[in-house]
Write a protein that binds this ligand. Structure first.
Ligand code: ADP
Ligand code: MG
Length: 334
């Protein structure tokens, strides 16, 4: 899948435009918005989809609301960053570029990370953790143990109160705001609630990710069907989300998260809304994606699946890691 670095860079550039943009509304303003309006993503998502459509024919131009302005500027920087990657490669030999050219062996590193919200005990209280390229990792733990906070830190939706975080070779703590969209291109994300564009069909939901980064029409026509086949939805490309089962919707979300070939996939309770059969199908897909080279980190409560899959299992409790086992099992700490 990831034959060479160039392909990775170019398509990677496409990628997280995806994630960051379509979750755009909540993302743009960073953490506070993301937290305060997790479900209000719907309306802005629809708007940004419309913009993306427009972008394929003409420049997006007429936004009025401030939030749209933000989305647009984020998109613009994502786009220009993508272009720079392509055009700069021959002469650009700085450290930064080298870092991109060869992804580090450890794609996720947390070093004594503490995250305190304004109220209560710290959500994360001294987390150190390394994930190697190509690993498949489950993160389990009671509700409130800090799993989603960890995911948000990896996406740079939040900054840690203390400690260091490196993702895909990028020092997330020192990352400048304007570089965030580009950074997020290296991370595909799926959530429990799918977060699809409700008024768009399956094909457009996935194509959206590529439109954001102005992928070539030819590439979109190739990549979208390829991803839909991978997730077993080639026959449903015209369906709208509400015509799909939960499992199918999550597969669309997965196709969208992966269409630009990010090196890392994060999934925060991806089977939380699914029945056991669909949960298994999604987990098997995640495994397949991992076998093709993507580093996969899955937050889940699904004890049966975790126990059956024999992957690395990190167990969190009250903001600390209480166990980290290769081929682990779901531990009940209580
Ligand atoms: P999990 O995903 O494991 O259920 P979270 O990371 O969502 O846990 O939450 C960890 C802790 O941080 C919980 O005690 C939760 O109440 C708290 N928390 C999460 N988000 C916020 C926030 N935006 N403001 C204040 N506290 C928060
Ligand atoms: Mg959570």
């Amino acid at each position: 899948m990831r034959e060479d670095t160039k392909a990775l860079q170019v398509r990677g550039a496409a990628q997280s435009g995806t994630a960051s943009q379509e979750r755009g509304a909540s993302r743009t303003g960073e953490a506070s918005q993301a937290r305060s309006a997790p479900r209000t993503g719907a309306a802005p998502q629809v708007r940004s989809a419309a913009q993306a459509k427009t972008a394929s024919q003409a420049r997006p131009s007429q936004q009025s609301a401030a939030s749209e302005e933000k989305i647009r500027s984020q998109k613009a920087s994502a786009l220009s960053a993508g272009k720079q990657e392509e055009s700069r490669s021959p002469e650009k030999t700085s450290g930064k570029k080298k870092k991109k050219a060869s992804l580090p062996e450890e794609v996720i590193v947390l070093d004594h990370v503490v995250k305190s919200y304004s109220t209560g005990a710290p959500a994360l209280n001294g987390i150190s953790l390394k994930v190697k390229r190509g690993e498949f990792v489950f993160i389990v733990g009671d509700s409130g143990s800090g799993k989603s906070t960890l995911i948000k830190l990896l996406l740079r939706e939040l900054l840690p109160t203390e400690g260091g975080i490196t993702v895909n070779g990028t020092n997330v703590v020192r990352l400048r705001r304007r570089k965030i969209p580009k950074f997020r291109r290296g991370i595909g994300v799926v959530f429990q609630d799918f977060r699809l564009l409700k008024d768009r069909n399956v094909y457009d939901n996935v194509a959206f990710a590529q439109l954001i980064i102005q992928a070539k029409a030819r590439d979109i026509r190739k990549n979208v069907p390829m991803m839909l086949s991978l997730v077993g939805l080639a026959g449903k490309y015209k369906a709208k989300p509400k015509q799909l089962s939960g499992g199918e919707q999550q597969r669309v979300a997965l196709a969208r998260a992966l269409v630009n070939n990010p090196p890392i996939l994060l999934a925060d309770e991806p089977t939380g809304n699914l029945d056991p059969k669909n949960s298994w199908e999604i987990m098997k897909l995640l495994e397949e994606i991992n076998e093709k080279g993507t580093t996969v980190l899955v937050v889940t409560h699904n004890r049966e699946i975790v126990n059956a899959m024999k992957k690395r299992v990190i167990t969190m409790k009250k903001g600390v890691i209480v166990s980290d086992e290769e081929q682990g099992a779901y531990i009940d700490e209580d």
